[in-house]
Design a protein around this ligand. Structure first.
Ligand code: PLP
Length: 392
């Protein structure tokens, strides 16, 4: 008898098949044929090499301040399901950070934040307009469709994974009032985008104006929200509700937390619905204080900004370090902590052999994704740069 166990790292899954005796652990081909060379390598690489590597920002550990906050939250009893003092304190800090009244629902994953948040913004016959590279379309195994009871994601194009305003203008008008057609209901914008670009405030405003004028709700997938904030040097308010964003998937896990993201809702009329959806979605944890301890520490003393600045700065250092290397061409826009590049297969293989981990060949042959985290230090980057320069 075979047991199939899935180990999910970021958006790819490796499957190992082992005999029921527990012996004979061996990697198997990816069941749905996604090229997974780099992931397979990483899955078999010792943990310290993964941490040294660049698979994703969630390959990093957690910030010491967040670990300490979780330990501190364990002292003594606390009311369950978010009725504790720490959760109230975290809500107040979030409201202060965004300079407005808001509702916060801690969740365990960004996919949960996206799916549950989107469900409160659309009816099943509504559609969600999103970029064709979006995480909600490509990397959530249909969770948004599941949580929304089957809403359709309508895909839009645009350079560098940023939605093209003209495509959005056309999409908000398509099929309006036609009972045979889904009704455009939500614009979902990812900031930082999946390929590492950062919308400027003006670019965001063009999109949000189109959406608001057409009566759509606005969702922001902010899995790397802090990285975008520090890249643009704007306030959380300027990048969200001041533009008309109704709902934010607030990422923290990729930037220092252990297991905590949040749905941040700027429209109080959605709070009751969200409360029930949060519970039904299995995200109302009984020991909520451990989730909120992470978010509370994240929002304290600018930890979220400091971590994001570190990640972005280390990515910029890497970019600069390989700018003149012919066999390692960076294609993505600068600004955030994600780099897409073209590496020859020889270079990729040689880097894997040195123990560097990153995704390769998932998108197109030769395309690699390198994600730098808050935990990377200049010495890590310099070591990686030196290896690329030597091996390219
Ligand atoms: C753009 C984006 N949104 C959302 C997520 C949330 O993913 P998860 O459900 O793995 O926390 C990710 C993680 O890779 C992401 O890159």
């Amino acid at each position: 008898m075979l047991i199939v166990a899935e180990h999910s790292i970021d958006s790819l899954s490796a499957v190992v098949i082992r005999s029921s005796s527990g012996r004979g652990l061996r990697p198997a081909p990816h069941p749905i044929g996604i090229p997974y060379f780099s992931f397979q390598k990483a899955a078999m690489t010792p943990t310290d090499s993964i941490l040294r590597g660049y698979l994703s920002d969630n390959a990093a550990g957690a910030s010491p301040q967040i670990l300490a906050a979780v330990v501190a939250a364990s002292a003594g009893p606390a009311a369950p399901y978010g009725n504790d003092a720490l959760t109230a304190q975290m809500r107040a800090k979030m409201a202060a950070a965004f300079e407005c009244e808001l509702d916060v629902f801690a969740v365990g994953t960004g996919s949960a934040a996206n799916g549950i948040g989107l469900a409160a913004l659309t009816r099943p016959w509504g559609s969600i307009l999103a970029h064709r590279d979006s995480h909600i379309q490509n990397d959530e195994a249909g969770a948004p469709e599941f949580f929304t009871d089957g809403s359709k994601i309508v895909l839009l194009g645009g350079e560098h994974s940023k939605i093209d305003p003209d495509e959005l203008r056309a999409a908000v008008k398509a099929g309006v009032g036609d009972v045979h057609s889904v009704q455009a209901s939500v614009l979902s914008i990812t900031q930082v985008t999946e390929t590492g670009s950062v919308y400027t405030i003006d670019e965001l405003r063009v999109l949000t104006d189109i959406a608001r004028e057409a009566g759509l709700r606005i969702h922001m997938d902010g899995a790397r929200f802090a990285n975008a904030l520090v890249a643009l040097d704007v306030s959380p308010a300027e990048m969200t509700w001041k533009l008309g964003v109704d709902m934010l998937s607030f990422g923290a896990t990729k930037n220092g937390a252990l297991t905590a993201d949040a749905i941040v809702c700027f429209d109080p009329s959605l709070a009751t619905e969200l409360s029930f959806r949060h519970k039904r979605g299995g995200q109302l944890t009984s020991k909520m204080r451990f989730q909120t301890a992470q978010l509370d520490a994240y929002l304290t003393d600018d930890l979220w900004f400091d971590n994001a600045r570190q990640a972005n700065a280390m990515a910029a250092r890497l970019r600069a370090g390989i700018a003149d290397v012919a066999g390692a061409t960076v294609m993505s826009e600068p600004g955030s902590n994600i780099l897409f590049a073209n590496f020859s297969s020889e270079l990729t293989t040689a880097l894997f052999d040195r123990g560097f981990g990153f995704y390769a060949n998932r998108w197109e042959p030769g395309v690699v994704r390198i994600v730098v985290s808050f935990a990377h230090q200049p010495a890590d980057i310099d070591e990686f740069v030196a290896a690329i320069r030597e091996l390219a």
